[in-house]
Design a protein around this ligand. Structure first.
Ligand SMILES: [Zn+2]
Length: 603
């Protein structure tokens, strides 16, 4: 048993999330966490909404509300969507809690005390027409590194390098197009050069495990070649105050997202522990070197997780060139794995809310089963290459793989048992064909589990579906319906073996398809929860009784009730009723037509 931290990227609360987001961070982290729990590990899966920064202010202005009200609105929308998708967070919280502020400020104080947070004057952009600060990501121009026109002042989305706005060629404001002017302003910079050696040895150690995707590792190692101090504060009034004398009360200086949202993995773990009644419980995932931590995100967030966050942890621990001592949280462990997915496009185009190329999680789940979306993402998502979502492929896969493959097997098995026996039958002597089938389904636990643990979920679900195909083939070949009169004992044996094989497939598929796993369990007469779903609960802020907010949480880790990653023997005599279909068949042409029309209206 290992303590496993599933650290899932924090969705930004300036609007509802589209399916590209949940394909990158949501479903993959949930499949992994569900499997690891079943395999007997103690998993802590945390995340929340990222609620500070300029885009929240800009969106709030557009919607005519304050930033907290806007964040409240979309925090709730996002939590509800992730709940409906069945993502099994131990805690999904937010960055505007008092707890998060306190944890971030503690990290800052210790990093500063250890000497890695250096105040220096630099140049910041302001809008000449309004005199207001223009945050880096609202400055656009040509990337000085790759020449991409459309790089932002904080990062170039083309080459992935971090930038300062003043480095851009032909800078312009994304708000009104004017050319910004740069004025002197004082900020705290994280001394990345002083952490470069420590970062390098950490990455070298990670490379030796062979567990990182090669592109993520290479990208992260390349980042080391050009490390400069990075500003961790901003001229903005919406965010976490800088916890130092002379700065604390300055309403115009706040911590930047690089020292805010990424700290959320730690603060959410602390909040989870405080809510669990054992306020030190989080330490098992953070200060024990034998714990494993896996961070899930889209590829545009690799820098935060393989450079910025590890550097902050090293600085907190005092493990850089300037030395130092860990603060009260102790020697915090760096990420074991940074699991970045590629991008999902839609009908061949990049998602864009403003251009109407978008499908929100909420809209898909209002019209289709959550497991149909989870299936598409697991089987055809952007794991190692960019992937394209089309309605044609979504509906076709739902019908041919989920409905005709898996759902039909469950339906045939439960119908045959209900009609011919009425309960799970016992079995006689096994034939070679019976033994071969049960060996195939048993072997699936090793192969599918190994693939999920190695973050190869596309191969994992393909292997589980191959096993489903073997069971379908067995049932077709054995033709139990033909021997009802001539050899009822053999018919009962075949149905017993099929029921066992279906039960095994259900377990193999349950990390991917938790909603239907429960339905399949019940179709074979099972009772109790085999596939726990998250709960959406309203809680009070632990440090401010006047605030309440929704969190996602759940009771997933009780070993005695959670089915393990192994075959569970079916119990002869368990009543089986005529089944209802587990998956809904779609009219492919109608789905494509309706959804295409909706996309056009969205323009
Ligand atoms: Zn670039």
């Amino acid at each position: 048993m290992t303590h496993v931290l599933s650290a899932v990227a924090w969705p930004y609360a300036n609007g509802p999330r589209h399916i590209g987001h949940v394909a990158g961070f949501g479903v993959p982290s949930d499949v992994f966490s569900r499997y690891m729990r079943m395999a007997g590990h103690d998993v802590l899966m945390v995340s929340g909404t990222d609620e500070h920064g300029t885009p929240i202010l800009v969106q709030a202005e557009q919607e005519g509300v304050g930033p907290q009200e806007l964040a409240d609105r979309y925090n709730r929308v996002i939590a509800e969507d992730l709940h409906a998708l069945g993502l099994s967070y131990d805690l999904f919280t937010r960055t505007t809690t008092r707890n998060h502020h306190a944890v971030v400020q503690e990290l800052f104080r210790t990093v500063h005390r250890n000497g890695y947070m250096v105040a220096k004057k630099g140049m910041g952009a302001i809008s000449p027409s309004t005199g207001r600060t223009l945050p880096d990501r609202y400055v656009e121009g040509t990337c000085p590194i790759c020449g991409f026109d459309g790089a932002r002042g904080d990062q170039c989305d083309n080459c992935g390098n971090q930038l300062d706005a003043i480095e851009l060629k032909d800078p312009r404001s994304r708000i009104n197009g004017e050319t910004p002017v740069f004025v002197e302003t004082e900020h705290f910079y994280l001394d990345l050069p002083a952490l470069a050696d420590a970062l390098g040895s950490w990455l070298q150690g990670r490379a030796e495990t062979g567990s990182w995707r090669p592109n993520v590792l290479k990208f992260s190692q390349n980042l080391l070649e050009d490390l400069k101090p990075r500003a961790m504060t901003r001229d903005i009034d919406w965010g976490i105050p800088v916890p130092l004398p002379g700065w604390e009360d300055n309403p115009a200086k706040r911590l930047y997202v690089w020292f805010d949202a990424v700290v959320g993995y730690l603060s959410a773990s602390v909040e989870w522990a405080r809510r669990s009644g054992d306020e030190d419980a989080w330490r098992a995932w953070w200060t024990d070197p034998s714990a494993r931590s896996c961070y899930f995100m889209g590829k545009d967030n690799i820098t935060f997780h393989s450079q910025i966050w590890p550097a902050e942890l090293l600085a907190y621990d005092g493990r850089g060139a300037k030395g130092g001592e860990p603060g009260p949280y102790g020697d915090l462990q760096l990420p074991s794995e940074v699991v970045a997915s590629e991008f999902l496009t839609m009908e061949g185009k990049q998602f864009s809310s403003s251009r109407g190329v978008v499908i929100y999680v909420r809209d898909v789940l209002a019209r289709y089963q959550p497991d149909a979306l989870r299936y598409f993402i697991s089987a055809a998502g952007p794991e190692n290459n960019d992937a394209d979502f089309t309605w044609q492929e979504f509906a076709t896969r739902t019908n041919s793989e989920l409905v005709a493959g898996w759902g039909n097997l469950v339906n045939r098995t439960a119908s045959l048992i209900a009609r011919n026996v009425g309960s799970i039958p016992g079995r006689g002597e096994l034939t070679d064909a019976d033994r071969a089938l049960l060996q195939t389904t048993s072997a699936g636990f090793g192969t599918v589990g190994g693939l999920i643990e190695a973050h190869r979920q596309r191969a994992g679900i393909a292997e589980a579906m191959r096993v489903v195909g073997e069971v379908n083939k067995y049932l077709t070949e054995q033709e139990p319906w033909k021997i009802k009169e001539s050899d009822p004992e053999r018919m009962r044996s075949v149905l017993h073996v099929t029921a066992q094989a279906v039960s095994d497939c259900r377990t193999l598929l349950s990390p991917f398809l938790p909603h239907s796993a429960q339905a399949v369990h019940e179709a074979l007469g099972g009772t109790g929860t085999v596939s726990p779903l998250p709960q959406l609960r309203e809680v009070t802020d632990l440090d401010d009784a006047s605030r309440s907010y929704p969190v996602l949480t759940g009771d997933y880790r009780r070993g005695e009730t959670l089915p393990q990653w192994a075959p569970h023997p079916v119990v002869p005599g368990t009543p089986v009723a005529p089944p209802k279909p587990v998956f809904t068949k779609l009219d492919v042409a109608a789905v494509v037509e309706e959804e295409t029309a909706r996309l056009r209206e969205g323009l």
